[in-house]
Design a protein around this ligand. Structure first.
Ligand code: DP6
Length: 345
């Protein structure tokens, strides 16, 4: 017989950044983080898994191409999932002993991996959830998120939709370093995100090694994890609970800047933002100034692409200016007059 399961996991974009590990193998972070999970209809990984007594080894196909399953991270995830299944099988002799069979995993992103967007988060999240489903594991999502975390730290946050916190925990074995829901998407459903793809090039410093350099060399980083983030973590959760967009936006932008500042303070320095990224930062501040209210917030991960968070009702206010300035957008004609755009012309 053959057993199968399928799941999708969306990309999540951190508004309070995870940057730094206290344990490299377990992906235990030096600070707690917060993210917003994008909708399933946008950027997501779709993963199907199958297992059968006929499969004698594990195999993986990524976007149609067979890939090696050899990475230590993937192996750690599979090992944990198998041992949870084994526990179930040991406690109930009626259950088929599928933990011993090989796994065939087929995974597909609906966005170009090359776009430099966080594909590892959705990827590991979908992988772990699909196998947990296949194995009918009774554990909660927070519990399973600890396994996804070992694949890629940020992946633990993609198990939940909406507003998610990754609590850093303090245990050495990582048993309390897990994702928890701050609020479901329905709580604050009029927040939207747009991604401005500045460059589709592969990022120069991978986040895993970038973090190591920062932890080892940056003085500013010590200040960030001890003084800045713990306070910001509480404030940001509160801003989400209270649906306070101006505060949420300010904390998000400040945290992106703080993260990139610690990158610059690393030695040798790490640069993720390029000139276009910096123009976008200035533009968002100019837009907020222009309207006299906070209508947009930027955040940048380990690359130059911007994610802009905004409230749905402000969409035309935001896009009228973005389109006007980046008027290469094909087929677009402004329904906003030059008076409305004022000094941006
Ligand atoms: C800047 O989760 O990709 O996007 O745990 O080494 O796989 P590993 O790192 P990863 O790092 C993400 C860094 C970030 C910030 C964030 O998503 O919180």
């Amino acid at each position: 017989s053959i057993y199968t399961a399928t799941t999708t996991a969306p990309v999540n974009i951190a508004t309070l950044k995870y940057w730094g590990k206290r344990d490299k193998t377990l992906n235990l972070p030096t600070n707690s983080s917060i993210s917003v999970t994008l909708s399933q209809d946008d950027l997501r990984t779709l993963t199907s898994v199958a297992t059968s007594e006929k499969f004698n080894e594990d195999k993986l196909w990524l976007n149609g191409k067979e890939e090696s399953l050899g990475s230590e991270r993937t192996q750690n995830c599979l090992k944990d999932l198998r041992s949870l299944r084994k526990q179930l099988e040991d406690s109930d002799s009626n259950l088929p002993k599928i933990s011993e069979f090989g796994l065939h995993i087929v995974s597909e992103n609906n966005f170009p991996t090359a776009a430099g967007l966080a594909s590892s988060a959705a990827g590991f999240s979908a992988l772990v959830v699909a196998i947990a489903k296949l194995y009918k594991l009774p554990q909660s999502f927070s519990e399973i998120s600890k396994i996804a975390r070992k694949g890629s730290g940020s992946a633990c946050r993609s198990l939940f939709g909406g507003y998610v916190a990754w609590e850093m925990g303090s245990e050495e074995d990582g048993s309390d370093s897990k994702a928890v829901e701050v609020a479901p998407v329905e709580h604050w459903s009029n927040i939207k995100a747009v991604i401005l793809v500045v460059s589709a090039d592969k990022k120069d410093t991978p986040s895993t090694s970038g973090m190591q350099t920062t932890v080892a060399t940056s003085d500013l980083f010590q200040w960030r994890i001890k003084e800045v983030v713990p306070k910001r973590f509480e404030e940001m959760k509160k801003s989400i609970i209270e649906k306070n967009f101006p505060l949420f936006a300010e904390l998000t932008m400040k945290d992106s800047n703080s993260f990139h500042a610690t990158c610059l303070d690393s030695y040798p320095p790490i640069f993720y933002l390029n000139d276009t990224s910096k123009k976008i930062i200035k533009l968002v501040h100019a837009i907020n100034d222009f309207y006299g209210e906070t209508i947009a917030a930027y955040t940048f991960d380990a690359g130059p692409n911007a994610v802009i968070y905004y409230l749905e009702e402000n969409e035309s206010k935001l896009f009228s200016i973005i389109y006007k300035l980046f008027n290469k957008v094909e087929g677009w004609s402004s329904k906003y007059s030059s008076e409305q755009l004022g000094e941006f012309n």
